[in-house]
Design a protein around this ligand. Structure first.
Ligand SMILES: [Cu+2]
Length: 735
């Protein structure tokens, strides 16, 4: 889709004109001046939702300048301003401070704080003199924090969302020697490379407005109050051409009450905050190990011991991330920078490799602190980006198949290097792209040990020389042993997976082909350089045990219900609510397989509280892949394409994102317990999600305050109102 580097000037100009035209339309839509429906009426989308093949508009329309008449217009490449790869250090994540709850003013409350404040008249629909609540969480008992007194917050974490600015409080959590020499006290500008332009405050929107991306470090048994304040521009038109200033923050895949899940329709406005209460409990805590007697179900104590907690230790989770989930704008907002990572520490996964108590797995991390050491435990966020001729972040909504960038970034910077010692490291690799899948290998083809898939340590580690395809939002934790290299050597992480468009990966190239740099996909090849710089000061005592976290035993839990969800295109919309319903080519079929566009007012499933169900996720097309995310509960994959033996070793733990593969299906076992409210299921190719492959399911039968069915929140700056569901599908009712 991107033009080759040697394309003629006429072709580049043609592609630039087309992109500019699309950008004008995207701007009008993202700023609310035209609706998606208007764009259909204007004939800019086909019935199937793809942009019309108009020369001067579509990257897929025939080029007027190419010799071969089948060659599409393409996209102009992002200019590099002479920057070479691997010429800047990779910044470690910026650790958000853990504060006492008393640091928050006003103090957090169980129900949303509805204290009124004057509203800025630049907000949509606000007249002079209007007031609105200071907190954007829907008011009342249904959206009150569940278990707020039982799991009363013991720490608070605060972050804003705001436009790009210089970071003067960067905390990598490690000394400079473990951050490739970066001096954290030096102000950190918002840019992909020191020789690329700074990103402007309208181009990039991040947590705290700064680079590098943010990391929350939390532990079981220590409830967290995360307050997020929306400091994005009041005017919906101040968005640099894409992105929406309303947000909802999802802690992916937190086992929290729905009021803290970042529901796509529970978004809030600039000038408001939203308190997310993360109790950080082990699933099953209400009736499994309720007396908290098993040390494997535990929280790392500050003295190196274990504070036991209730719940099933087999449900222990480790690597999460958090990101915006704004209805129909998630792809734009996450791409614009609203993504961070969330490391959960436990008795098993302590973040300390030296403590030898028979419970701690002693994975590579460090030894200085009792828990949460980051020296040898490294978060990596991979994302493909694109920028315009001025070097400012650029996006293109009209690739409804899925937006692809042409430049690889790691932790938001362009192709960096990372200095390592001759020993084992853990890397928590997040695919933070919009629509791109990755497949990772080392440049010398040497082995990596995969220890976790999504949030979960595997039952046993798996040694591979190439990781599986990694879909959007999937996390793969790997251990790489650099002791096999000598000081002064280099080795690279390489992407082997070619995309032609956002439908699905085109195919895997050989390591030699990827290293040759000849792929037509500019994101294939080396993207991260490891420089082996020294021997460790003390011997590496970390381990990768042969047994990590076996799966929970489900054999005695009856299956209450089976459901099938079909994911595909040519969906239609049966509702017309201007706030909750949306149109696009994509949809999900429940019940009878009739595929429906997203409506967060529609209830598509309502599993009974306290039960186990089996869900089959079916891809109805061979030309697509969809990484499907089910919120709230970890699932065990029982079968791929109906066959248990088709589930690869690295998918035999628990997961929260399921790549369906072309024409494929995934059968998953899930339990619905501990908390209630409205949750989601959607494609995490965020272009598909936004266009409109998303549904709502809910647990609404756990007694007061939950109603059957739950009313839908309708956010406005003056306050959230509620309306009845627009539709309840047969599978969403309990009869
Ligand atoms: Cu999809």
């Amino acid at each position: 889709m991107y033009l080759p580097g040697n394309a003629s000037r006429a072709r580049v100009r043609e592609a630039e004109n087309a992109r500019r035209n699309r950008a004008e339309i995207l701007k009008a839509w993202s700023q609310g001046q035209v609706s998606r429906r208007d764009l259909f009426k204007m004939g800019l989308f086909t019935a199937a939702g793809a942009i019309v093949l108009k020369n001067g508009l579509s990257p897929f329309a025939r080029s007027a300048y190419a010799d071969d008449s089948s060659i599409p217009t393409g996209l102009p490449r992002s200019p590099l301003f002479g920057v070479q790869p691997f010429t800047q250090p990779m910044p470690r994540f910026d650790v958000l401070p853990r504060n006492p709850v008393s640091a928050l003013s006003p103090a957090p409350t169980a129900q949303a704080n509805t204290t009124r404040q004057p509203l800025n008249t630049a907000l949509e629909g606000v007249r002079p003199g209007d007031t609105g609540p200071i907190e954007g969480r829907p008011p009342g008992p249904i959206w009150a924090h569940q278990g707020f007194s039982q799991f009363s917050p013991s720490i608070s974490i605060y972050a804003t969302t705001e436009g790009a600015k210089v970071n003067s409080v960067y905390n990598p959590g490690v000394a400079s020697a473990f951050n490739s020499g970066i001096v954290a006290s030096t102000p950190f500008p918002p840019r992909f490379h020191p020789n690329l332009p700074d990103q402007g405050p309208l181009a990039f929107w991040t947590f705290n407005g700064t680079f590098p991306p943010k990391l929350m470090q939390v532990r079981y048994g220590e409830p967290v109050l995360f307050r997020n304040r929306n400091k994005l521009p009041y005017s919906v038109t101040q968005n640099g051409g894409f992105g929406r200033h309303t947000t909802s923050i999802h802690e992916h895949n937190g086992h929290h009450g729905a009021e803290n899940d970042g529901f796509t329709g529970a978004y809030f406005f600039p000038g408001q905050f939203y308190d997310y209460h993360y109790p950080i409990v082990l699933a099953g805590w209400r009736n499994f190990n309720a007396a908290a007697s098993d040390p494997r179900a535990g929280s790392p104590a500050d003295n190196g011991g274990i504070n036991k907690v209730p719940g099933d230790w087999h449900e222990t989770m480790s690597t999460h991330w958090f990101h915006d989930h704004m209805f129909s704008f998630t792809s734009q907002n996450v791409y614009k920078g609203m993504a961070g990572m969330f490391n959960i520490y436990s008795a098993l996964d302590r973040g300390n490799e030296a403590i030898n108590d028979g419970v701690n797995l002693r994975l590579p991390s460090g030894t200085a602190k009792a828990w949460g050491n980051l020296e040898y435990d490294v978060n990596l966020m991979l994302a493909d980006k694109a920028w315009d001729a001025q070097g400012q972040l650029a996006f293109d909504i009209f690739q409804t198949d899925g937006f692809l960038g042409d430049q690889m970034t790691v932790n938001l910077v362009y192709k960096p290097y990372f200095e390592v010692e001759r020993r084992k490291y853990r890397f928590r690799i997040l695919n933070g792209a919009v629509a791109r899948f990755f497949k990772i290998s080392l440049s010398d083809g040497s082995p990596m040990i995969q220890i976790a898939n999504d949030g979960n340590l595997l039952p046993s580690p798996v040694v591979v020389t190439q990781l599986d395809q990694q879909g959007i939002a999937e996390r793969y934790d790997v251990v790489i042993d650099f002791s096999r290299y000598s000081v002064g050597q280099k080795v690279w992480m390489v992407n082997l997976l070619e995309h032609r468009d956002g439908t699905m990966p085109e195919g895997t190239v050989s390591l030699a082909q990827a290293l040759s740099g000849n792929s037509s996909d500019p994101c294939v090849g080396k993207f991260l350089e490891f420089r082996i710089v020294r021997n460790p000061a003390t011997p590496d005592v970390s381990q990768v045990p042969a047994v990590m976290i076996p799966n929970p035993d489900l054999s005695k839990i009856p299956v209450a219900r089976q459901r099938t969800f079909v994911f595909g295109d040519s969906a239609d919309q049966t509702t017309n609510d201007p706030v909750t319903s949306f149109r696009g080519p994509w949809g999900i079929g429940t019940d009878d397989g009739h595929k429906l566009d997203a409506d967060f007012g529609r209830i598509s499933a309502a599993p009974k509280y306290g039960t186990r169900e089996i869900w089959t996720l079916q891809n109805d097309g061979g030309g697509w892949d969809h990484p499907i995310h089910i919120h709230f509960e970890e699932g065990q994959i029982l079968a791929r394409n109906g066959s248990a033996s088709s589930v690869p070793a690295w998918e035999r733990g628990r997961k929260d994102v399921y790549r369906l593969r072309p024409d494929g299906s995934v059968t998953v076992s899930l339990q619905f317990r501990d908390w209630g409210g409205m949750f989601m299921e959607h494609c995490h190719n965020t272009t598909h999600e936004d266009n409109a492959m998303l549904l709502r399911w809910e647990i609404d039968d756990n007694g007061a305050p939950f109603l059957q069915p739950l009313p839908t929140p309708i956010p406005k700056p003056q306050g959230v109102t509620f309306e009845p569901p627009t539709e309840i599908l047969g599978s969403g009712s309990r009869s």
